[in-house]
Design a protein around this ligand. Structure first.
Ligand code: NAD
Ligand code: LMR
Length: 339
């Protein structure tokens, strides 16, 4: 007998990331090839025709795991009984903008969706916020769903940055992605994030070596590597004139796959989740940490007590300060947005 369907919502489903993400959720990549999925696609009314086109294409994919698709343009229908919510729908940044420039426009969406989650979704719903500024949007969404859905069910996506870091280390060391483990993205999904290889490892044949020693280039680790990962989103916008979509969709699917099934033994992933005060990060801030996940309980745990040198502490302080400022601006924007 097949398990009960998982009901997954994708917001912004008529957009670029939406188009790349729905196929992976529908075809079993995220929840497994034996797990039926019901997809709910939300976009704004002006995008209804393109949303309907996505539904037709999903039908034409003839996927055994996809047992239902609904295309909707209102939050009440969208958030009904949802198990997993991929909150993608928001304005993307254009060339020359910082992600926090989107705050005033996008934070209102997440206030409203936090309330809709509380009202219509399951108390166990797990949420990934992709729409930028992702950490602060997730903070607002969790705030307005509080009392019904625990804050620990809310996350923001830094898995794209994590994957970018893995790829840079693999390229630098002439290894493959599968050989590189335990990079960390600390903090905000922004130009202040701290991509960290200090605790990463690389498999070389039958040996596991620490990445820092294998790379043997402190200048690259502390400068070129960090800035490449921090600025990757902007470089992609400059080249495509559109923000990353294929890689963003893949990362969102990696994030939810690992939340659903758990992380592999001895490995962690980066997820922005509410701080519990670890590493001195103010409680409740949606901050990217290294986490392990138990697939049975679907609970994440922050990897504790990793030693941090002065360089790391300073970088973490910078991204923390930015997140505190974004949080305060967002709270103000929410007060002003009388939704
Ligand atoms: P897009 O413009 O192609 O699509 C966004 C879609 O969201 C549009 O179809 C739009 O109509 C819809 N939308 C807007 N307001 C909505 C609402 N209130 N409810 C439902 N849908 C709504 O943009 P995109 O390239 O798909 O990017 C989406 C977001 O993801 C942007 O904010 C972008 O910056 C962000 N992003 C984040 C990451 C990350 O790593 N966290 C990576 C890439 C992009
Ligand atoms: C990314 O990292 O590619 C996205 O957040 C899009 C952006 O604005 O950089």
């Amino acid at each position: 007998m097949s398990p009960a369907p998982i009901r997954a919502l994708v917001t912004g489903a008529a957009g670029q990331i939406g188009y790349s993400i729905v196929i992976r959720i529908a075809d079993g990549t995220v929840f497994g090839k034996d797990q039926p999925v019901e997809l709910v696609l939300l976009d704004i009314p002006q995008c209804v025709a393109s949303l309907e086109g996505v539904v037709l294409e999903l039908q034409d994919c003839a996927l055994p795991t996809l047992v239902g698709v609904e295309a909707v343009t209102n939050e009440k229908d969208a958030f009904q009984n949802i198990d997993y919510a991929f909150l993608v729908g928001a304005m993307p940044r254009r060339e020359g903008m910082e992600r926090k420039d989107l705050l005033a426009a996008n934070v209102k969406i997440f206030k409203s969706q936090g309330k809709a989650l509380a009202e219509f979704s399951k108390p166990t719903t797990k949420v990934i916020v992709v729409g930028n500024p992702a950490n602060t949007n997730a903070f607002i969404c969790a705030k307005y769903a509080a009392g019904k859905i625990p804050a620990s069910n809310f996350s923001a996506m830094t898995r794209l940055d994590h994957n970018r870091a893995l790829a840079q280390v693999a390229l630098k060391t002439g290894t493959t992605i599968g050989d590189v483990k335990n990079v960390i993205i600390w903090g905000n999904h922004s130009g202040t994030q701290f991509p960290d290889v200090k605790h990463a490892t690389i498999n070389k044949g039958s040996n596991t070596v620490d990445a820092y020693t294998a790379i043997n280039d402190t200048n690259w680790i502390q400068s070129g590597f960090i800035s490449t990962v921090q600025k990757r989103g902007a470089v992609i916008i400059e080249k495509r004139k559109l923000s990353s979509a294929m890689s963003a969709a893949k990362a969102a699917c990696d994030h939810i796959h690992d939340w659903h099934f758990g992380t592999k033994p001895g490995e962690w992933v980066s997820m922005a989740i509410p701080s519990d005060g670890s590493y001195g990060i103010p409680k409740g801030l949606i901050f990217s940490f290294p986490v392990t996940i138990d697939g049975a309980t679907k609970e994440w745990k922050i990897v504790k007590d990793l030693p941090l040198d002065d360089f790391a502490k300073e970088k973490i302080q910078i991204t923390t300060k930015e997140l505190e400022e974004e949080r305060d601006d967002a709270l103000k924007a929410c007060d002003e947005a009388n939704i």
